[in-house]
Design a protein around this ligand. Sequence first.
Ligand SMILES: Nc1ncnc2c1ncn2[C@@H]1O[C@H](COP(=O)(O)OP(=O)(O)OP(=O)(O)O)[C@@H](O)[C@H]1O
Ligand SMILES: [Mg+2]
Length: 366
Amino acid sequence: MADTASGDAFVAFERVQKSYDGETLVVKDLNLSMPKGEFLTMLGPSGSGKTTCLMMLAGFETATHGEIKLEGKPINNIPPHKRGIGMVFQNYALFPHMTVAENLSFPLEVRKIGKSDREAKIKRALDMVQMGDFGGRRPAQLSGGQQQRIALARALVFEPELVLMDEPLGALDKQLRESLQFEITNLAHELGITVVYVTHDQTEALTMSDRVAVFDDGRIQQLAAPDVLYESPENSFVAQFIGENNTLGGRIKQKSGETCVVELDSGEVIDAKPVNVKEVGERTLISIRPERVEIDPEALGPDAHTLKAEVKEFIYMGDTFRTRLSVAGKDDFIVKTRNRAGQARLQPGQTVHIGWLPQDCRALDA
Ligand SMILES: Nc1ncnc2c1ncn2[C@@H]1O[C@H](COP(=O)(O)OP(=O)(O)OP(=O)(O)O)[C@@H](O)[C@H]1O
Ligand SMILES: [Mg+2]
């Protein structure tokens, strides 16, 4: 989805393309505009162009076509030290000859911040990444994850207006990751910092961001708030990439406004919401989230079509049950149910009827 209202944007990519070799485009027609203070995450498979976009915004790579603007001004006219950008990159490099505290002091000295102010800011930044006792060490005396945390602290210590982070928590264990996710979003919101964040981790993207841009093949496939992305994916790639998703292939049989009828490959007929399909006869992949499927479809009322399903596997997960079913000729259909009092625990081999509300079943591109 293109976002073109870039008039008063803080950061704007306008029709940006990038080729490294003059032949293949690794970024294709990127349009993106961010208001000041937004936390935006780029999420997508390896090689989809995320780092390239950050590098262009930082000014280390130039766009082959199009323009990148910061506060309305083309970025190539702003010298790097005046951009006020904090960065944490995949290959973060601390200054090896300086101690941790000196590494953090450097961006503050460049900005002529006084000694006592510097000390307070350094302490706060080191405490944030839980490295308060390491100020005197050199980078070579730290583990990979510790170096990564110092790089993060150094990017934030001068309270830049814009911070670019490329997988800044990649090398950390789950607990530290979760605590830093919280610290980073808090600090960014508190100081009104605009953040462009890159991650492979969809939970991280959904929990930290105001908006998420899902990348694939050098394009933004969808740009939306986390809940919209999860609940209303606009195409099959996004539906599959974000969260768990059931798909069934079929063909559009009827279509009118908000509903369509799909004949599945197995011959069964269901109702769906037409999202990314145009006409009768077209192939479609229908998409439905595991928690929107009812195993007792009588709860759904007379409108819902129901399907016969065979239980393949029942997995007890504590708070939820995951049941794998064979539906319409496919063996990988997942249903998630809450562990309520009296909730049925199904047995493999059992036959059940499942159903859902047509609006929860999205007909997408095949
Ligand atoms: N300096 C370069 N020279 C030539 N090709 C490059 C260069 N940097 C990246 N590429 C290519 O551009 C494409 C996009 O790479 P990029 O690093 O932006 O992907 P990414 O989305 O950040 O992936 P990852 O999640 O693996 O970090 C890839 O096909 C990559 O091989
Ligand atoms: Mg990358």
